[in-house]
Write a protein that binds this ligand. Structure first.
Ligand code: UDP
Length: 330
């Protein structure tokens, strides 16, 4: 039996493929390579280039590889773009997922691990955020993920597909082999490291008058390997008969933009020029997870707790792969 990984050529998907293989599982990847990189998937992993909404392709993969469960990473994930072009997000993140789920229902694949997000909560009403926090997304990206959570609940009732929705906070860091390569890059840590390398003149600080200690926004950065491990624990939970549920994944520690930049200066031993800029629309001031439920139910314990270690791992990967996965195309 194999595990189908949608978006396995993307950032978190590729690290999870690596983790599954270390655990003796057989991952099979489907990715249309719109955001993913072929080089992020090892040559000896079964790879199918295509859309998750291509029902004939998905049926063939399920049959050929005897798919036991699906981990669903593939999605568009730029908040700003989702505001400008919501149709693109609802089509790709919701409609395509629905097509995938219909095939799973018809094929009897009954275990599903879903990449959800803290963006389903919207503007926080209290901190740290637990799973009972109201879900009122502030943008179409967050709505697209919340819609899928609700669809999954209905598909459990109707078709017996049990699922775990993992609500990530800020994924960051790298393994030796797999790291973060987005085009365009919008995430803080890779942009800070690009500034450290001199590829960018500076890093912009989006907003300096937030109600935080230093006025910059606070986020909960979680190492991508810890996210990968949570997926494997979620699979084991479903195999053991666990019921459909959602879990936050974060460290429970908040770091401000200025603290991230300072930590990166320490890790890289380079000066990073920071330029104060205006707020990015829709950015909440503080997002920190209460991940007690994942610890209790999934027995998940993040191994990487401090921001220096997370940045250090990303720095090593970026130095080893100066062009990201583009290096491997050469
Ligand atoms: N941020 C920033 N400058 C940048 C990119 C991000 O100040 O060039 C801030 C952003 O406003 C947020 C935090 O850094 O408060 C993390 O942003 P990122 O895009 O990495 O993740 P998000 O929290 O949006 O998922």
């Amino acid at each position: 039996m194999s595990i189908l990984i949608t978006g396995g050529a993307g950032y978190i998907g590729s690290v999870t493929v690596e983790g599954l293989r270390t655990n003796g599982e057989t991952p099979v990847v489907i990715d249309n390579l719109v955001c993913g990189h072929r080089a992020a998937v090892d040559a000896d992993v079964s790879f199918h280039k295509g859309n998750i909404g291509d029902s004939d392709l998905v049926r063939r993969i399920i049959e050929q590889h005897q798919i036991e469960a699906v981990m669903h990473f593939s999605a568009y994930a730029y908040v700003g773009e989702s505001v400008a072009d919501p149709g693109k997000y609802f089509e790709n993140n919701v409609a395509e997922t629905l097509r995938l789920l219909n095939v799973l229902a018809e094929s009897g694949v009954d275990k599903f691990v879903f990449s959800s997000t803290c963006a389903t909560y919207g503007e926080p009403e209290y901190m740290p955020i637990d799973e009972d926090h109201p879900q009122k997304p502030a943008n179409p990206y967050g709505w697209s993920k919340l819609f899928v959570e609700r669809i999954l609940e209905s598909f459990d009732v109707a078709h017996g597909i049990r699922s775990v929705s993992l609500r990530y906070f800020n994924a960051a860091g790298a393994t030796e082999k797999h790291g973060e390569h987005h085009e365009p890059e919008t995430h803080l840590i890779p942009l800070v490291l690009a500034a450290a390398k001199g590829e960018r003149p500076d890093v912009k600080i989006f907003g300096t008058d937030y109600p935080t200690d230093d006025g910059t926004a606070v986020r909960d950065y979680i190492h991508v390997s810890d996210l990968s491990r949570a997926h494997i624990l979620a699979l084991e939970y479903l195999r053991a008969g666990g019921r459909t549920d959602a879990f936050n994944l974060g460290n429970g520690n908040g770091y401000s933009v200025r603290q991230v930049i300072q930590a990166a200066e320490g890790v890289t031993d380079r000066k990073i020029t920071a330029v104060e800029d205006k707020k990015r629309p829709g950015d909440p001031s503080i997002l920190v997870a209460n991940a007690a439920k994942a610890r209790e139910v999934l027995e998940w314990e993040p191994a990487v707790k401090d921001i220096e270690e997370i940045i250090e791992s990303a720095w090593r990967w970026h130095q080893a792969h100066p062009q990201g996965y583009a290096d491997s195309r050469a």
